[in-house]
Write a protein that binds this ligand. Structure first.
Ligand code: HEM
Ligand code: HEM
Length: 189
């Protein structure tokens, strides 16, 4: 495996990054407002396309993140762009927070559905009515996981916005190669 430092992330890391960014943003936009109220009214979530799409896209994020973490261990070295120590540490902390949220969002959603005995409803008619393993676990009672999930959903968008603003700051003000490193490399003419 080539571990030499380059100016760009490899193509698969690029694909994972931008696909995840798009899927997270659409899942956020479709975040089911008033879910608890709908459930209390006895509405079947399978009849609501926003809920079905939200849950399907959210689980797609989980699958993408697990595959991406495997790729992180195997891929060529990530670009090492020289920058001030505090910037480097902030970027590392931001990445850690984003990785943690990408995993915590689907996990808290499953805890929310399982602990309240609400069905998981996905595209293609996939449906899981009960998740007894979650419902009977001690962790299910530790928090209102729906509230935690909503909070984390807002948090990932705020942090991703800050992260994108930092990338644009690097490009426009610092004029280094940070933003370009996550964009496809130009082919030499
Ligand atoms: C990247 C992934 C995800 C993001 C960014 C996200 C974001 C959000 C947001 C912002 C809300 C609150 C909506 C509002 O009140 O206006 C929400 C609610 C909800 N999400 Fe997600 N979500 C994600 C993944 C998932 C997954 C994987 C599932 C199901 C397996 C799911 C199921 C739900 C449910 C059931 C609610 C309603 C919670 C309640 O009110 O009790 N979400 N989500
Ligand atoms: C929901 C949206 C986003 C999420 C969850 C996210 C997450 C991440 C993560 C986890 C990394 C580390 C990647 C790796 O090591 O392979 C990363 C890197 C990067 N992202 Fe994002 N990102 C998002 C949106 C954006 C946007 C909109 C931009 C640009 C405007 C951007 C620019 C970058 C750049 C330039 C890097 C590599 C350089 C660095 O920060 O050190 N990201 N992103």
């Amino acid at each position: 495996m080539n571990r030499q430092s380059t100016s760009h992330y490899d193509a698969l890391s690029l694909a994972f990054h931008w696909l995840t960014a798009i899927v997270v943003t659409i899942a956020f936009i479709l975040g089911p407002e008033g879910f608890g109220r709908l459930m209390r009214q006895g509405i079947d979530p399978a009849t609501r396309s926003d809920i079905v799409w939200h849950e399907t896209l959210g689980l797609t994020v989980l699958a993408l993140t697990v595959l991406r973490l495997l790729w992180l261990a195997l891929r060529p070295a990530a670009p090492q762009i020289p920058m001030a120590g505090w910037m480097h540490i902030s970027a590392k902390l931001m990445h850690a927070a984003l990785w943690a949220l990408l995993l915590a969002l689907p996990v808290t959603a499953l805890l929310a559905l399982g602990s309240e005995s609400h069905p998981l409803t996905l595209l293609g008619g996939v449906r899981i009515d009960q998740m007894p393993l979650i419902a009977n676990s001690a962790i299910a009672k530790l928090a209102d996981w729906g509230e935690v999930h909503q909070f984390l959903g807002d948090a990932i968008m705020w942090l991703a916005g800050l992260h994108a603003a930092a990338a644009i700051y690097h490009h426009v003000i610092v004029k280094d190669g940070v933003l370009l490193s996550m964009l496809p490399a130009k082919r030499p003419r």
